[in-house]
Design a binder for this molecule. Sequence first.
Ligand SMILES: NC(=O)c1ccc[n+]([C@@H]2O[C@H](COP(=O)([O-])OP(=O)(O)OC[C@H]3O[C@@H](n4cnc5c(N)ncnc54)[C@H](OP(=O)(O)O)[C@@H]3O)[C@@H](O)[C@H]2O)c1
Length: 372
Amino acid sequence: MMMMTTAPLYPNPTGYTVAVLGATGVVGSLIIKLLEERHFPIKALKPLASKRSAGKAITFHGQAVLIEEACPEAFTGVDIVLASAGGSISAALVPEAVKRGAVCIDNTSHFRMDATVPLVVGGVNEEALVGHQGIIANPNCSTAQLMPVLKTLRDAAGLKRVIVSTYQSVSGAGKEGLDELRNEAENDFTNGKVAGQSDKFAPSQYERTKFARPISFNLIPQIDVFATEGVEAGYTKEELKLIHETKKILNLPNLQITATAVRVPVLVGHSESVTVDLDRPLSLETATQLLAETADVVIANTHEGYFTPRETAGTDPVYVSRLRKDTSNPETGLNFWVVSDNLRIGAALNAVRLAEALHRLKLVRVPSLGCV
Ligand SMILES: NC(=O)c1ccc[n+]([C@@H]2O[C@H](COP(=O)([O-])OP(=O)(O)OC[C@H]3O[C@@H](n4cnc5c(N)ncnc54)[C@H](OP(=O)(O)O)[C@@H]3O)[C@@H](O)[C@H]2O)c1
């Protein structure tokens, strides 16, 4: 009897050399997990992080892989970079990687609004990948989860106006955000805060490093810094990201869209309350049917069957519920509630899907340098 031999999942000799920049972060570590789970063809994995992590090991397909300090030379011989180490680090290192022939999928905000950089959500506007110049941007997490839903509504009835209020979990602020909620909540329990004492009478003793105000048992209507000029003065950068990125991804430069972004004491999963005004009437039945047929979207079929971040975190879909008429605009207005794991479609899953799309479309190359 002939023995069948199968190629090892890792190292896959016909795969790519893939660098994960920010490999120890909440996004980077999930990227590595998803590359493994989804069997992305990898010849060599290069986990890159700060000097603090260099020399430690991560596990990939059961094998220990050493973390290296991120520096320009680390990208020599790399085909694909998945970057999530922060905007200033991408600004410095992504062009160095491209110069060395790597295609970079960047999770930070640094390149998103650059006209030469495609801003892409898998399954929504993958056509924008064609003609990339070496850098592809992943949108902000609160933008990304809204895109499959808004695309379906745009295609069905046109989008005139969108009003979004976000309820964003602390994991959107990385591992320090998670630590701050856990530690502050523990401190509040220890100091009797949960018995209902307000800060006025019993100020928190906790020393914050990440958020501008207490996040435990609280809400913070500020994510990122405030804009100070023009009509955008008073908006936070997070709100402006959602506004501008949505227009770019949906190719609707004149869309009327506004947003309020709020940090909430949830560990993982962003939620959004959304009101849309469509160009043409769309019945609730048709909207429900179309969203049920939309890839990546799961829609509740009862009012009581609404979704919450705690119950959906760790799963891939975008969950839509509370779909109803806008009573102030019943002809063309809809209200709904969107929940998704911000680390997945909002970051790591989208990045890995874009790498898969580049592979499928034979776009793993920097135009000036040829194909691999
Ligand atoms: N969290 C989300 O939901 C989300 C969604 C979309 C986009 N993003 C973006 O993704 C980026 C990272 O987010 P995150 O949530 O994963 O943050 P995180 O948990 O704080 O992780 C940051 C990562 O960057 C690395 N790093 C820090 N300083 C570095 C340096 N000087 N050189 C090389 N690597 C360095 C860290 O390595 P060490 O462990 O060695 O410090 C760590 O691996 C941010 O730009 C964020 O805006 C995040």
